[in-house]
Design a protein. Structure first.
Length: 318
């Protein structure tokens, strides 16, 4: 009937007016009666489009294209050693060897994860044959000193080894006790990737063992030896590596070594081959064990089953 058609038309018009009011409120449609105001047809078009900040409209569609997979250029400070190495590997493969991608990968863990260490030892015990810590220096990825203190050994010093260590009796006046220094240093090394040259000597002096997968020893790096044109199996000194690869002279003169200079040089050498080193390490790492959270075998409730109870215990309970 005409009356029914009129009611239907009025409801449709009412919904149209409601939509129009919403569009006007959002600024997608000018108010009625003003010059340049949109027609009902253009209002519907505006309703089916997205307005960008610069006024350019992009049509809305139901299917949203999948974004390209981009590897994050940073990892959390709690990232595991294998995820660190594999991250470097992915970054390197994405760049196809380009220098820009290599530079990006070197930024991955720069501030927080890497430190380099060097220690100087003096002789204690019978005939001064026992090596004990007398100075420790730690630098960050940029080579900035974050720790450098003289340390008083637990036993009396018999040989200062000044020609190599640079330590004198004068340095021991303000030195801190070994236990105090050890606590401070280990706090710095915790959860870090530690770089050093013949680093096992440093850890031995600290009476400490650092996880192997978080240790980078420049004296054992085939990448550095290849780059320097030296035999892979040769024992190479830090001094020679610095001369061949960094074109700098260290450990010169008669005043002994500087642990700060040695730590900084070690970090420079590591950074020189960092991406390749981490990539090769990623390939050599064993597969990651399943996470206890996602591994169904980690559900403790299954151990309530009879098959996990000892036979003799089951027999005694019957």
């Amino acid at each position: 009937s005409p009356q029914g058609r009129s009611k239907k038309k009025s409801r449709k018009h009412q919904r149209f007016m409601e939509r129009r009011a919403v569009l006007e409120q959002k600024g997608l449609l000018g108010p009625r009666g003003r010059p340049g105001s949109q027609t009902p047809e253009s209002a519907l078009e505006a309703h089916t489009s997205l307005t960008k900040a610069d006024g350019i409209t992009a049509p809305r569609c139901d299917k949203v294209p999948k974004p390209k997979r981009i590897v994050s250029s940073s990892l959390s400070p709690s990232a595991s050693p294998d995820s660190i190495a594999r991250h470097h590997s992915v970054l390197l493969s994405q760049g196809n060897g380009s220098s820009k991608r290599v530079q990006t990968s070197s930024l991955v863990l720069r501030p927080a994860k890497y430190v380099a260490i060097d220690c100087e030892m003096v002789g204690t015990g019978p005939q001064g044959r026992l090596s004990e810590l007398a100075r420790c220096s730690v630098v960050n990825y940029e080579g900035d000193v974050i720790y450098d203190k003289y340390v008083r050994p637990e036993l009396p010093i018999v040989d200062y080894r000044t020609r190599w260590s640079g330590i004198t009796k004068q340095h021991m006046k303000n030195a801190i006790p070994f236990k105090a220094a050890q606590a401070e240093i280990l706090k710095i090394l915790k959860d870090k990737i530690v770089v050093g040259h013949a680093i096992h000597h440093d850890f031995q002096a600290l009476k400490y063992f650092h996880p192997k997968d978080r240790t980078r020893d420049t004296s054992q790096s085939p990448v550095l030896k290849k780059r320097a044109g030296l035999p892979i199996k040769a024992n190479v000194s830090l001094k020679n590596l610095a001369r061949h690869l960094l074109h700098k002279k260290i450990q010169v003169g008669c005043k002994g070594h500087s642990s700060v200079e040695d730590a900084q040089t070690t970090m420079e050498l590591f950074r020189l081959v960092e991406v390749q080193w981490e990539k090769e390490l990623a390939h050599s790492l064993p597969p990651r064990p399943p996470s206890p959270v996602t591994d169904p075998a980690a559900d403790s409730s299954q151990y309530l089953d009879d098959q996990y109870w000892p036979t003799d215990l089951m027999a005694s309970s019957l």
